[in-house]
Structures are given as C-alpha cells and as structure tokens.
Design a protein around this ligand. Sequence first.
Ligand code: ITT
Length: 192
Amino acid sequence: KKLIFATGNEGKMKEIREILGDLDYEILSMKEAGVDVDIVEDGTTFEENAIIKAKTVMEATGSLVLADDSGLEVDYLNKEPGVYSARYMGENTSYRIKNQIILDRLHGVPDIVRSARFVCVIAAAFPDGRVETRRATIEGRIAQEPAGENGFGYDPIFYLPEKGKTTAQLSAEEKNEISHRGKALRQIKEIL
Ligand code: ITT
C-alpha cells in the first residue's frame, strides 16, 4: 500500500515521515512518486489549500494523497502571516529575515500580547473522490529573540512558555508529540 504526500517542503516531509512512520503505507514524496503537476494554491483558508493540494495530486495519479497546509497566526498582527506564511515577504526571502521582520513588527510589545499559534490542516484525497480534513493547533507566543537550530521556518521565534523553549529548541520527537502537525496527522491516521 502506497500513499503520496503532496508537499515540496522538506522540513514538513521529515516530520511527516517521523509521525507516520508506523503506518501501514509506504509514503512517497511528490519527487519520489515522479509527480510533476502545477498546484494552484489560491484558497483563502488552510482547509481550502490543503484540499486543493491533495485533490490536484490525487487526480493526476489516482493514488491516495495527503497534503499539509499550515502556518503561523500572530494575534497582534491580526493573525498574519496565516495562510500566507510560506509566501510572507516573498517566497525567496530567508527565514532568518522573515523571523527578524516579525520580531521587529512586535518590537516593544509585551509578552502577554505576543500570543500566536501554529495551525495545521491535513487533507486526505481518496481515489474514489472522498475528501477528509483534520485541523490542529499549538498555542505559544512570539519570542523576544530567535533561539534554536531544530525544525524549520518560524520555529526559532515560536516560544512555548510551559517548556521555556522555542519549538526550534525541542528535539524532533518532543516537537512531534505536541505540534499542530503531530496532532493533525495522528487524527488523519485514524481514518486511513
Ligand atoms: P507545500 O505547500 O509544498 O506543502 P509550503 O511550505 O508552501 O509547502 P504551506 O503553504 O502550508 O506549505 O506553508 C506553511 C508555512 O508555514 C511553512 O512554509 C512555514 O513557514 C510555516 N510553518 C508551518 N508549520 C511550521 C512548523 O512546524 N514550524 C515552523 N514553521 C512552520
């Protein structure tokens, strides 16, 4: 049994393999499956974009396909960058710069109003046309300074007060246990 995971993001793909490792399916990235389709991610919600990615690849391959649409919501920035997290400040801007821009926009803002969350929606597109989605979040706040080398994307500025660490300072195992992606993938596992 095989399934394709419709992502081009290697940070996500690593976590997906760790979290779904015990599943009774061989998991192929789009590259491994030799899939080369244009995905037009023009939805306005995480659910819409996750479904677009999963359905596009399911229709091109006829396989069971999963997709992940995720992002960072910063309450003080009216939930930006949200669904635009990957494209925030341009697709080619490094995360060192993107993270610094968010820290600058929150300069002088006290911890109690630096609340933020990561959101993850996993969509499953089945060959019979059925589609399912599952959503999960992890609550934290925007750090005062970047810290940590693990993970990817916005992890160095996403601080968990109860751990006293950013998600970039957690081990892969620790992050997967509590993360938006870990929780959403474990929910989708139940229906595969
Ligand atoms: P695919 O569409 O190919 O899967 P993408 O990176 O374009 O890859 P998204 O549109 O879902 O995917 O954007 C998600 C962005 O949200 C991602 O690029 C990160 O910037 C951020 N993000 C999501 N989960 C994260 C996590 O666990 N840690 C840090 N940043 C995360």
